[in-house]
Write a protein that binds this ligand. Sequence first.
Ligand code: 5GP
Length: 186
Amino acid sequence: MKNLLVVLSGPSGVGKGTIVSRLLEKGGFYLSVSCTTRAPRQGEKDGRDYFFISREQFLSEIANGGFLEYSEHFSNFYGTPGKYVEEQLRKGDVLLEIEVDGALQVKKAHPEAILIMIAPPNEQELRARLKKRGSESDEKIEERIKRMDYELSKKHLYDYVVINDNLDDAVEEIANIISRRKGEKK
Ligand code: 5GP
């Protein structure tokens, strides 16, 4: 495989979405669109943000071996469609924005994939920020914080950890990691 599979993970609220948008603006990347059983949020579009499918469809895709990886978290299934990624990889480098369990499955199947964890400069501060998110119930907030601790506890398994202290610097650092790795592959 000539093109790179780049996996970005990081806890909720760390700025993953913004970093991904900035990398896409730079060009040369294809973002993989995942399947999920969760309901679309306001403004989300099927086929652009996710492929929104039913639990039955998801389970049948698992049985057909259709996912490169999948995981069940926040009471829903999320998975990367294998065929879709293969097609995109023929065209260029592919970015996956997925959580840790899925990322580690990708690394097992594709040891050459680059795993990058985006971490907050200050975990305490992110925890406090998540608590202040007004739109969610206490239970949901607790769930996200537990998940954040879990995700960060796996960062030693990643190839790189990038601290999102300053957005421009974090984007630059990730772009540099990718171009360095591309140089090594030539
Ligand atoms: P959200 O529901 O906020 O869009 O996403 C929740 C979490 O699911 C995020 O950490 C996101 O990175 C992760 N996620 C999104 N798509 C996938 C996927 O295809 N596989 C896995 N394992 N996680 C995903």
